[in-house]
Design a protein around this ligand. Structure first.
Ligand SMILES: [Cu+2]
Length: 164
């Protein structure tokens, strides 16, 4: 009888542990992805998305004549005009063989510009003040950068961003 009791206790403890493990695993997942927390997070994301319009995108493309041009996905040009809403961001990606440093010539507010964009690198600029911003890039010589034969002088990329 004592033996049976021990066996039974052992069985129950074992079963209890299995149950505990079985409950512990899904409980952990429910804690991290709790519907309440997910709901709150998603809610705030939606609020942010609604408050600020989608990020505008430009790439710097390599071309044979002039070495590089802006591209907005539809047209390419050395000089681009963009219209953004206040608070809208502009994402720029350098697909040229050159490194490009963004420049701000004029504008109602100083925008934060980082260091040069390497090939395949990029940056996102934020426009929080209304007005007309004149921007551009200059190419930056990088040690070990590849040299590609192009036709004619390199384009000076210029960008006029109207924020309204
Ligand atoms: Cu170039």
């Amino acid at each position: 009888m004592r033996n049976l009791l021990f066996t039974l206790t052992g069985f129950l403890v074992g079963a209890g542990m299995i149950a505990a493990v079985a409950f512990a695993v899904p409980r952990q997942t429910t804690t991290t992805a709790s519907p309440l927390r997910m709901g709150a997070g998603m809610g705030s994301n939606i609020a942010v998305a609604a408050a600020s319009p989608a990020t505008a995108m430009l790439t710097i493309q390599h071309v044979q004549k002039g070495c590089h041009v802006w591209s907005n996905g539809k047209t390419t040009a050395a000089m681009m005009r963009l219209h953004l809403k206040v608070g809208q961001k502009l994402s720029i990606r350098d697909l040229d063989v050159d490194a490009h440093q963004m420049l701000q010539f004029t504008g109602p507010a100083r925008i934060r510009i980082g260091g040069p964009m390497m090939m395949n690198g990029g940056m996102t600029l934020a426009f929080s003040t209304k007005g007309v911003y004149r921007l551009g890039t200059k190419t930056v010589e990088m040690p070990g950068a590849m040299s590609v034969k192009t036709i004619g002088p390199d384009n000076n990329l210029r960008l006029v961003v109207t924020v309204a």
